[in-house]
Design a protein around this ligand. Structure first.
Ligand SMILES: C[S@@+](CC[C@H](N)C(=O)[O-])C[C@H]1O[C@@H](n2cnc3c(N)ncnc32)[C@H](O)[C@@H]1O
Length: 404
């Protein structure tokens, strides 16, 4: 199945005074660079950074391993610059601490500044590193010295290839990383199994929220345990967990074809294909259920690439859509379980009062909440520009029900 959602426009360049062109691939939706020069093992990192800053792409003809080293050296140079300046804004965890009543303290304005600068730096960094390009031959073959076999990784993300194309080395590294994760899988202790994320699909690698779902008693709504909805299923991990907990029929939705293909693959591996029905649907499937679970993107900001859409959602559209439609999809006494990190509150991107307002406006009430602190490495990395917010982050399972 061809799963690539990226268009394939054309890249043009001049080589030995002759015009050349090839298909251009960018899963991040970056348009083909308009200025392209040939580059090889003689190119230094400062010269490459200079070209990238001017918007000139470098089409690599040298040794593949040297291209990797050049990209690393470029990344080091880019990280040594602006990142240093805004790291100083971060004065430690106290700035994003919680009040005694459990509500986050007013977010420090400098954390929002740090977040915006961090995003801008990330975008500039991605743009510059994306300027080192590789030529591919049909069949995803790299005609470069010491090049690895990248056929499987490229086929998984791009589908089959019957024509030459150009893509950035940075994009290829993302494809290879995703291929390795897909092969290896992510261990999910609450499921007692591994989940295999596909390229571009949200990976439950920080899976503390799954423990919350596993520990929460099933609601008393009728028909109890017979049906549950998983809204925005991604890899299918929550649907699988609900099925393993004994819900005899789970309907799982997503709008992303890659997510649905990935969920189908995982559910088949787990022998749950008959118990879980997958639907390509915006938010809810038709009908009602005593349990409706949703883990929406948690940061209301613009994604800088399609693969960030599981995390960044402008104006909290999915979260608000879920809350607004939940009441009409619950059976009497049923519960909606919303999984949500409060990182946006610490960054000043969304307030707790706003969230509570959306819940009330949707005719819902909060039955309870269970919390977990993320344990991933960034919560302990004091050099991360968003450390103060990450160190204070709590992920919650909100139990919601319709007001009678
Ligand atoms: C944060 S990920 C969660 C994935 C999975 N449930 C998990 O917990 O690992 C959010 C998912 O919602 C999906 N999504 C975004 N907007 C949606 C919508 N309007 N309707 C259904 N799914 C949506 C995304 O494609 C993504 O797979």
């Amino acid at each position: 199945m061809h799963l690539s959602s990226a268009p394939t426009p054309t890249l043009h360049w001049i080589q030995a005074d002759q015009p050349h062109s090839a298909l251009w691939r960018s899963e991040a939706g970056v348009p083909p660079p308009t200025r392209v020069v040939m580059a090889d093992d003689t190119l230094s990192a400062p010269a490459a950074c200079h070209l990238a800053a001017q918007g000139t792409a470098m089409l690599w003809r040298g040794d593949f391993q040297n291209a990797k080293q050049l990209l690393q050296a470029m990344a080091r140079r880019l990280d040594a610059g602006p990142a240093r300046a805004f790291r100083r804004l971060d004065a430690g965890p106290a700035r994003a601490s919680r009040r005694l009543d459990g509500k986050p303290a007013k977010p420090a304005p400098d954390l929002l500044t740090a977040f915006n600068q961090h995003r801008m730096h990330q975008a500039q960094r991605a743009r510059a590193l994306g300027m080192l390009l590789l030529p591919f031959e049909a069949g995803h073959m790299l005609p470069l010295r010491r090049a690895p076999d990248v056929q499987a990784a490229c086929t998984e993300a791009y589908g089959p290839s019957d024509a030459p194309y150009v893509a950035s080395l940075r994009e290829l590294q993302g494809l290879i990383g995703a291929h390795e994760w897909r092969k290896k899988g992510v261990n999910i202790p609450s499921l007692g199994a591994r989940i295999h994320p596909h390229y571009g699909v949200y990976s439950p690698v920080r899976g503390e929220y799954l423990e919350l779902i596993a520990a929460q008693p099933l609601p008393r709504g009728e028909p109890r345990g017979e049906i549950g909805f998983d809204i925005g299923t991604g890899t299918g991990v929550i649907a699988a967990l609900l099925a393993k907990r004994g819900i005899s029929r789970v309907v799982a939705t997503d709008t992303d074809p890659r997510a649905l293909a990935c969920a189908q693959d995982n559910l088949a591996r787990l022998g749950l294909s008959r118990q879980v029905q997958l639907l390509k649907t915006d938010l809810f499937p038709p009908g009602r259920a005593p349990l409706v679970v949703c883990n929406p993107p948690w940061l209301p900001a613009k994604p800088s690439a399609p693969i960030e859409r599981a995390i960044y959602d402008p104006a909290s559209q999915m979260l608000r859509g879920f809350l607004a439609g939940l009441k009409d999809h619950l059976t009497p006494g049923g519960e909606g379980w919303l999984i949500l990190s409060d990182l946006a509150e610490h960054l000043g991107l969304r307030s707790r009062d706003q969230l509570l307002g959306w819940i009330a406006d949707a005719g819902l009430q909060v039955l309870g909440r269970s919390d977990v602190r993320p344990t991933h490495s960034k919560t302990q990395d004091a050099s991360d520009p968003l450390y103060a917010a990450r160190a204070a982050e709590v992920t919650s399972l909100w139990r919601l029900t319709a007001i009678d």
